[in-house]
Design a protein around this ligand. Structure first.
Ligand code: GTQ
Length: 345
């Protein structure tokens, strides 16, 4: 089982005959195709915000948000250079919108999430509703919804974009359409969807028409408050500290159909137990300071740093100060397909 069959001269000659017929012998590749455990080429990596920010600001001098359509520096997994991928299924990038700028309306099959890192008061508009963003907010752009971004504030705005671009590309299921107008018409007041769907209530006769949460913005203030309240119970998971998943209030499922999102609190001095799961995960520190050991490498992180843990890589978190980590992965897809696995210890 573990050793490949001998490649005799006669066999090799046979394989050469097969190639022009667009056929190949499975037994030559079986061990690479199906491995005992996930064998991703993806590697762990970290982007320290202090190092990345000057490049982001330089991109702001070079091109406008309008000309770029989206002024984003892609965070590429070092093992996937040129592939615009942070894991095999996920894309991550840092988007900059300067005061007065607009990123014009478009829509695409790919779902997007925003996790705000810097600035306050810029907006993203989804389906006629603007949501004004603050650091730590988790904002959703559902598949095939019109969206534009704008910054009416006095400061630069930076957020982490998470998209399912590689996954949708693998499925050959992507469409994109430019908007007719740069900025879409505002048809609902800011905060409408949060009040309507995100208050533990739902409009009485409303039924979901999409697999994506109707709540566009999960404000950090509320998330942090939930963590602070639950922290008092002192029920720490040995691997995760106190970890919550963002939820679609209409279904109880994850907030998005292709990406799962999480927020976790690690108490000061937390020394987590080893953990691994099949969903390669992007983490963002929003508060605190600590380090994550991934395999045999240690990555120290602080506020606004972004790091990626590949599929099935054993890792453990440590926190020097009380810390809050946002994360996203393709776990929801794997769970729906019956593929997701985790292991502790
Ligand atoms: O804001 O719509 O980072 O379409 C990549 C593609 C952001 C966006 C990205 C996009 C967007």
């Amino acid at each position: 089982m573990d050793t490949a069959p001998v490649r005799t001269a006669e066999r090799a000659a046979f394989y050469d005959e097969l190639a022009p017929k667009h056929m190949a012998p499975l037994w030559e590749v079986l061990r690479a195709l199906m491995t005992r455990e996930p064998a991703t080429p993806c590697v762990p990596a970290i982007w320290h915000y202090d190092e990345v920010r000057p490049y982001l600001m330089r991109s702001g001098d070079l091109i406008t948000a309008k000309e770029a359509e989206r002024r984003v520096l892609i965070l590429e997994n070092p093992a996937l250079a040129g592939k615009a991928s942070v894991t095999h299924t996920l894309y991550a990038g840092l988007q900059l919108i300067l005061p007065g700028e607009v990123a014009p309306a478009h829509r695409h099959s790919q779902s997007a999430l925003r996790f705000v890192l810097e600035g306050k008061g810029a907006y993203t508009a989804v389906d006629g509703e603007r949501t004004y963003m603050s650091p730590g907010d988790f904002v959703i752009t559902p598949s095939w919804t019109w969206h534009d971004h704008g910054n009416d504030s006095e400061e630069p705005m930076v957020w982490l974009d998470g998209l399912d671009i590689p996954l949708v590309g693998f499925l050959d299921a992507g469409f994109v359409e430019p908007g007719n107008t740069e900025t879409q018409l505002v048809t609902r007041p800011a905060g409408d969807s949060l009040a309507r769907y995100g208050s533990g209530l739902l409009p009485v006769d409303w039924r979901p028409t999409s697999p994506t949460s109707p709540v566009f913005n999960y404000p950090y203030a509320r998330t942090r408050e939930a963590l602070a309240q639950m922290e008092r119970q002192q029920e720490w998971d040995p691997c995760h500290g106190l970890k919550l998943r963002y939820v679609n209030p209409a279904t109880g499922d994850y907030a998005m159909p292709t990406m799962s999102t999480f927020m976790q609190l690690l108490p000061r001095g937390f020394a987590g137990a080893p953990y691994r799961s099949t969903d390669g995960t992007v983490f963002v520190c929003i508060e605190g300071q600590g380090e994550t050991r991934i395999g045999d490498r240690t990555f120290a992180w602080g506020p606004r740093d972004v790091f990626v843990v590949p599929s099935w890589a054993t890792h453990r978190h440590r926190a020097v100060a009380e810390s809050v980590l946002f994360s996203f992965s393709d776990r929801t897809v794997q769970e729906k397909l019956g593929l997701w696995r985790e292991a502790r210890g």
